[in-house]
Write a protein that binds this ligand. Structure first.
Ligand SMILES: [Ca+2]
Ligand SMILES: [Ca+2]
Length: 110
């Protein structure tokens, strides 16, 4: 694990993504901004690190609470419906959990 973003750096980063300051950043924009920050597409290994940062209970899958926690932690405004819709979109097999492969596939297409 060598992701060394500090939380306040992350906050400033989020503010910089939200260009028009409407307080609205969706997950796609978030990931895009991450890629931009590294000036390239994130590699599978890097995404794995992002994934494991989100996976608080180390279950190797994300449930909606873990995703919601990321939003809260980054102070990204979100609606519960939007979050659920996005979650269902990523959770291809409707297992109620996002596996790394589902996460990776989703990131690859955005
Ligand atoms: Ca988990
Ligand atoms: Ca799933």
């Amino acid at each position: 694990m060598n992701v060394s973003l500090k939380e306040n750096e992350l906050e400033n980063f989020i503010k910089s993504i939200d260009q028009n300051n409407d307080g609205h950043i969706d997950f796609d924009e978030f990931i895009h901004a991450f890629s931009d920050m590294f000036s390239r597409k994130l590699t599978r290994d890097e995404l794995k690190q992002v994934f494991s940062l989100m996976d608080k209970d180390n279950s190797s899958s994300l449930n909606i609470d873990e995703v919601e926690e990321v939003y809260q932690k980054l102070r990204i405004p979100y609606s519960k419906e939007g979050l659920v819709r996005m979650f269902e979109q990523i959770d291809k097999d409707n297992s109620g959990f996002i596996s790394f492969d589902e996460f990776f596939d989703y990131i690859e297409i955005i």
